[in-house]
Design a protein around this ligand. Structure first.
Ligand code: T3D
Length: 246
């Protein structure tokens, strides 16, 4: 796939999607958002990719929406046409989605990072809920994910303030899965992703699906199907055999 604003690589079962506009701190323009959507779809179809990682090139994950966009655009139409297809693709990905976050994560960039299943964060990262500073509501799925991850009152308080918080505060809000010293960040992110990619893809994807079951009864029904599939994998058979031969 020809790309201008992102970089794609696959290594050891991990599909890396790197936002690549470092001169603009990976501000999200239309090309980047559309390229990300196509890349997620491509990774989703590629059996060599077991885990997807989103990261940013340069000194930020993303500074949010590219603010040089024409301000007379219809923002509702832009969301529907450009952001929402990507946000839906992230949300509905069957594969584990990891956000590796460093530097700055702001506005709509934060919304994309919150769509990930886990967030591995470098200690010096700043989290900015910038939307209100430019008179906008939080969007790109951000409010939905904040509500799932943290207390409503704290989320609203943060969104209304538009403040920038450090990684410890973000962790206390529930937005950080693992906080890593800056010097160890890339190594830890890689090892986290590659370790997960080496596990049974059926069990890994099944866990994700079951965590999203719509109700208790749906969960029970879905676990029947997933456990049946897992029981029929070589990984499971070999692990059982190894145990019995101890
Ligand atoms: O359509 C929709 O509905 C979606 C709506 C979404 C809304 C949002 O995403 S709200 C959030 C928007 N983002 C921001 O408000 C952050 C804007 N950026 C900043 O406040 C600062 O850049 C930072 C605090 C993040 C970093 O500051 P600093 O001093 O380290 O870097 P800098 O010099 O400001 O930025 C470096 C370059 O990136 C600079 O370009 P230049 O002058 O070297 O050519 C700067 O203009 C550019 N840049 C940074 N952020 C953005 C950006 N360019 C376009 N859009 C940006 N968001």
């Amino acid at each position: 796939m020809e790309v201008e604003t992102i970089q794609l690589t696959t290594h050891n079962g991990v599909g890396w999607l790197k936002l690549n506009r470092p001169e603009k701190l990976n501000a999200l323009n239309e090309t980047l958002l559309r390229e990300m959507k196509t890349a997620i779809d491509t990774f989703e179809q590629d059996d060599a990719v077991r885990v997807i990682v989103l990261v940013g090139e340069g000194r930020a994950f993303s500074s949010g929406q590219d603010l040089t966009i024409e301000s007379d655009a219809d923002y509702g139409e832009y969301l529907e046409d450009v952001y929402h297809p990507l946000v839906r693709a992230l949300f509905s990905s069957r594969k584990p989605l990891i956000a590796g976050i460093h530097g700055v994560v702001a506005g709509a960039g934060l919304s994309l990072a919150l769509a990930a299943d886990v967030r591995i964060v470098a200690k010096s990262t700043k989290f900015s809920s910038a939307f209100i500073k430019i008179g906008l509501v939080a969007d790109a799925g951000g409010p939905y994910h904040l509500r799932r991850l943290m207390r409503d009152d704290l989320a609203l308080d943060w969104l209304w303030s538009g403040s920038t918080i450090d990684s410890e505060a973000a962790r206390s809000f529930g937005l950080v899965t693992e906080l890593v010293e800056d010097a160890m960040y890339t190594e830890r992110l890689t090892s986290y992703a590659e370790t997960l990619a080496a596990k049974s893809p059926v069990a890994v994807q099944g866990m994700k699906a079951l965590m999203r079951a719509a109700s208790f009864e749906d969960g029970l029904n879905e676990e029947i199907e997933w456990q049946r599939k897992c029981g029929d994998t070589d990984v499971h058979r070999q692990a059982m055999q190894a145990f019995l031969m101890k």
